[in-house]
Design a protein around this ligand. Structure first.
Ligand SMILES: [Zn+2]
Ligand SMILES: [Zn+2]
Length: 180
């Protein structure tokens, strides 16, 4: 019987995998880092006179760093693709927004990094009476931040770490548990 002596394998917590940044350098998608004549930080600004009766679809790219969207446990590893469908009705503008990207997340249970696509759709409405330009950048950013309340788990049934030896139990049961 190889009953482990308590404390005999108090390994330090498993080291996090190195953060892979390779994907961010080099071949960036078209439009990324491009100098935006609008206001220099990207975003979605629309001249109201340019929205035709039939509506207007805008495609923009959000730099997650410039937009201050990067968090400790959640980072975007590529620029966010933002699509805005605009419809003008008298003094109101309705905007249907779609946001897509790729996230790298830290599992709150096992502390492993994992990747997941990001997708978000929402509607914004504005009263634009007397306005010339509509800037929806801050509202889009806000909606993205609100969507962060998702639970950060690499998978629903994540087994987490052994409280005693720190082993990631997704990769198998440790000796501590086998004893019980
Ligand atoms: Zn996990
Ligand atoms: Zn253990």
């Amino acid at each position: 019987m190889d009953k482990p002596i308590a404390g005999s394998h108090m390994n330090p917590a498993p080291r996090k995998k190195p953060f892979i940044l390779n994907k961010m350098s080099g071949d960036r998608p078209e439009g990324y880092g491009r100098d935006k004549s609008r206001d220099g930080r990207g975003g979605v600004k629309i001249k109201l006179s340019e929205i035709p009766e039939s509506g207007l679809t805008l495609k923009e790219v959000f730099d997650p760093v410039e937009m201050n969207l990067q968090m400790r446990d959640l980072t975007f590893i590529e620029p966010l693709r933002v699509t805005a469908d605009l419809h003008k009705q008298r003094d109101a503008v309705m905007v249907n927004v779609g946001v897509a990207g790729q996230m790298k997340l830290l599992c709150g249970r096992c502390l492993e990094l994992y990747e997941e696509p990001y997708e978000n759709h929402f509607n914004l409405g504005y009263s634009v009476k007397g306005m010339l330009v509509l800037d929806i950048t801050d509202d889009v950013r806000e909606e993205i931040l609100l969507s962060y309340s998702i639970r950060l788990l690499c998978k629903e049934e994540c087994q987490g770490l052994c409280a005693r030896c720190g082993r990631n139990l997704n990769f198998g049961v440790c000796q501590c548990l086998k004893v019980n």
